[in-house]
Ligand binder design. Structure first.
Ligand code: ADP
Ligand code: TRP
Length: 346
């Protein structure tokens, strides 16, 4: 799909997590950063933030929370976010978002939340165990989509690049914005659109299932050359004869290479498999060196940011100031209409 990016606002939120892998990088991080560069080149705005309030439900250990947020901030900077251009901040540093959340609850039918997939999945799990449907479910999980709607609507976002699992949340956001606009008979909140990259294939992990931190089958994104080589050497192979002519599409090594190696390396592997004679060990070495070459600058930059974290913190604080400046007028005009009063000087 050809996006009209001129003067648009593109926003992405990233939940802090412990492990990033190359599936995340090629499937989500790189496409989001590339789209950011594209919108900035078209005179628009790129907004990217660490969704730490969204993580509270999953991460109750404060030290881990801080470490995960730091790690994500350093990783995104190392992957190419330029904080002098992208508005890059931590969700918890922008109080406007939480004020917006409270307002939006009043326009959100409870039924929307009942249908949100994370809540539904938790209910299904309870019912399958024979427990009351809401056992152990708190309002943070239930209201998760409203907080996400506030993240998006407070900045007047046009486009929201997300993984397929998050599309429903952006659709709910659009419905909530529509409900607000319909209630007051005017366009108060901009209706956002989810962007998913259909052409980014799912990258398989070392065991052939989708690469995922939950399966322990990852090639890590932020890793030393040795760690990357070790993970690539662990990719499962079959025991076909080295000289057998193989169908590359059926070979896990090739399926992974297709998603993560440059075209020239992919073609060489394809030919070696099709004609036979290229051993899996050779292919793994080629892949490992190509991945190391691609990721080494990210690893080095990451170490630099980690070692100088106070500078990163300053960048995030500066980003939060810019985010608040973008958020304030949107929130104020919404408040002015809801409360019928001028927000000037507030
Ligand atoms: P994980 O499965 O490791 O828990 P997440 O669910 O946190 O990963 O995914 C974060 C983003 O990374 C998602 O938006 C998804 O699009 C992308 N992603 C995750 N795993 C892969 C993969 N194996 N291939 C391509 N993209 C992926
Ligand atoms: N819920 C998203 C996830 O789990 C993270 C997120 C929070 C987000 N707020 C957002 C993504 C706003 C896009 C826009 O991945």
């Amino acid at each position: 799909m050809q996006l009209q990016l001129q003067h648009k606002i593109v926003l992405t939120g990233v939940k802090p997590t412990g492990t990033l892998h190359i599936g995340n990088y090629y499937g989500a991080i790189k496409p989001a950063i590339d789209l950011g560069h594209a919108v900035l080149a078209q005179g628009g705005q790129h907004v990217m933030f660490i969704a730490d309030y969204h993580a509270v439900n999953y991460l109750k250990d404060p030290v881990q929370m801080q470490e995960c947020s730091e790690r994500i901030a350093c990783a995104y900077l190392a992957c190419g976010v330029d904080p002098s251009k992208t508005i890059f901040y931590r969700q918890s540093d922008v109080p406007e978002v939480f004020e917006m959340t409270t307002l939006l609850t009043n326009f959100t039918p409870k039924g929307f939340m009942n249908k949100a997939h994370a809540y539904k999945a938790a209910v299904d799990k309870n019912l399958a165990k024979g427990e009351p449907q809401d056992a152990g479910i708190n309002m943070g999980l239930y209201n998760y989509p409203i907080l996400m709607a506030a993240d998006i609507l407070t900045y007047g976002s046009d486009y929201v690049p997300v993984g397929k699992d998050q599309v429903q949340h952006v659709e709910i956001t659009a419905d909530i914005a529509g409900a607000v606009n319909a209630c007051y008979g005017q366009q108060i909140l901009k209706i956002p659109q989810a962007i998913t990259s259909d052409d980014t294939a799912i990258i398989p992990g070392t065991d052939g299932r989708k690469m995922s931190k939950s399966y322990g089958n990852v090639i890590p994104l932020i890793a030393s050359a040795e760690e990357i080589r070790k993970a690539v050497m662990g990719i499962k192979t079959d025991c076909q004869d080295i000289n057998a002519q193989k169908n590359p599409d059926e070979i896990l090594l090739y399926q992974i290479a297709r998603g993560v190696c440059p075209e020239a390396v992919v073609m060489e592997i394809k030919e070696g498999l099709t004609q036979g004679g290229m051993g899996y060990g050779t292919i793994k070495k080629m892949m490992a060196e190509s991945i190391v070459k691609e990721l080494a600058p990210i690893y080095d930059a990451y170490q630099g940011y980690k070692a100088n974290y106070s500078k990163v913190e300053e960048m995030l604080q500066e980003g939060a100031k810019r985010a608040r400046a973008l958020a304030r007028p949107v929130l104020d005009s919404f408040k002015a209409i809801v409360l019928n009063k001028s927000m000037k000087g507030k």
